[in-house]
Ligand binder design. Structure first.
Ligand code: SF4
Length: 425
């Protein structure tokens, strides 16, 4: 395959449930003035529109109870769980099952749904990163990214919402606004399909990151449930430490996550002053840096051997000064943490340009010299819009661009000229 070519795999599957639209959310955009939709409509439903049970939306104890309630022994539930999630099985359809009681299979056929996603297209980037696009019906699509690492290990980046309400100004997904939450079954199935795909040509899934489309903690019920299913010993069996849920800073949900989940946590920080963060991450107007970091300090004080991962996307002339580096050290030094410095991935919807390699290294060194653990994370899959902050498909509706603080207006004007000349904007 030519390096820049796109591998398009026509969807070989026409799985049931592709056109279902559970839990549509009425308010499309995050807006400070009209209040953040913290508690969304419930999308916890474990049933499809035709009232079939969504098997991948149930934790094991729920599946077992459902099987027993239908008049079968719990052993059938364990077998089914292993066929859905066991290594090398990942059953796609009731017809894939072998060795089951016939009346149990018949009951499943009549009342249960295996699949809730339909893979519409797969794109492979020059560095081997693979982006799978799933059609949820209508114009709603989500994207899942498979990122190859050393020793045939693969990190899977899953989506938790169609679009996102947070409107971070550097993020392509944020420009979509929020269309709806994903169900737990739709989140889990991204991983199951990724496992199946990796087994064919990439290796083994070692890590899962909730860093795809959406703010995971804005859909916390389904994200907690999906993570619980992913870590189950008899199923997908991903270590909780290898599952990272990332948030832009929803403080009440962050507190709940810290108390209820054993998975890893990442916080997308990206600024060292409220003024800059209010602009590029408007969630900061509701939960500012002091509230966010204060909550983290409190919650992590009772967790042993736990480090939060701070993500910091470097934007040239906006948040990458030497003063920013020193302020960042002061902000996080009392919190057990690691810091990832992330290269900004340009796209048509944001007039930012990435910080130069040399400046990134200098920024990193200042932080490392203060004794903090810091690494640079380079772009993966950016030639196929599969990199951090590049996921999604825009419709006609766009989330609003926010007013640029006066001191950054000339930086933004220069960036716009630069990006226009490079035919990016
Ligand atoms: S960076 Fe994350 S939270 Fe912010 S708009 Fe994008 S998807 Fe949403």
């Amino acid at each position: 395959m030519a390096a820049a070519s796109v591998l398009r795999l026509a969807a070989a599957t026409t799985w049931a449930g592709a056109a279902r639209r559970p839990g549509k959310i009425s308010s499309p955009y995050f807006s400070i003035r009209c209040n953040l939709h913290i508690s969304t409509e419930s999308t916890l439903s474990h049933t499809s529109e035709d009232s079939k049970i969504l098997l991948k939306g149930m934790a094991y104890n729920e599946l077992e109870a459902w099987v027993k309630n239908a008049g079968f022994k719990s052993g059938q539930a364990l077998m089914l769980w292993r066929w859905m999630y066991g290594n090398g099985k990942w059953a796609q359809h009731v017809d894939d099952l072998e060795g089951f009681n016939k009346s149990f299979v018949s009951m499943l056929r009549d009342t249960a749904e295996f699949n809730v996603l339909s893979c519409e297209e797969t794109r492979v980037a020059m560095d081997g990163t693979k982006k799978m696009i799933f059609n949820l019906g209508g114009n709603d699509r989500i994207e899942t990214v498979l990122i190859p690492g050393p020793r045939n290990r693969v990190t899977v980046c899953v989506s938790s919402q169609v679009g996102c309400a947070m409107n971070c100004q550097f993020c392509y997904t944020g420009r979509m606004g929020l269309r709806r939450n994903l169900t737990a079954a739709q989140i889990v199935e991204q991983l199951v399909i990724a496992q199946r795909s990796c087994a064919a040509d990439m290796g083994q899934v070692s890590n899962v990151v909730f860093m795809g489309m959406g703010e995971p903690l804005h859909n916390i019920d389904n994200v907690l449930r999906a993570a619980e299913i992913m870590i189950d010993l008899h199923g997908l069996h991903i270590s909780p430490r290898k599952i990272t849920v990332s948030t832009s800073g929803l403080v009440p949900q962050l507190r709940r996550f810290c108390r209820e989940s054993s998975c890893s946590l990442a916080v997308s920080l990206n600024a060292t002053t409220d003024e800059v963060r209010n602009w590029i991450m408007p969630i900061n107007r509701k939960y500012n840096l002091a509230a966010l970091l204060g909550a983290l300090k409190e919650e992590l004080s009772s967790k042993k051997d736990f480090k939060v991962l701070f993500e910091y996307i470097l934007l040239a002339g906006i948040n990458d000064s030497v003063e920013d580096a020193h302020r960042l050290i002061q902000l996080v030094r009392d919190i057990p943490c690691k810091i990832n410095l992330i290269t900004f991935n340009p796209h048509t919807e944001a007039a930012f340009i990435p910080t130069s390699e040399q400046k990134m290294l200098h920024f990193r060194d200042i932080i490392a010299n203060a004794g903090l653990v810091v690494a640079i994370r380079h772009s993966r899959g950016d030639d196929q819009m599969a990199a951090c902050g590049q996921l999604g498909q825009l419709g006609l509706d766009r989330a609003p661009k926010l007013k640029v603080p006066r001191q950054f207006q000339s930086v933004l004007t220069q960036a716009e000229d630069h990006l226009s000349a490079a035919a990016i904007l």
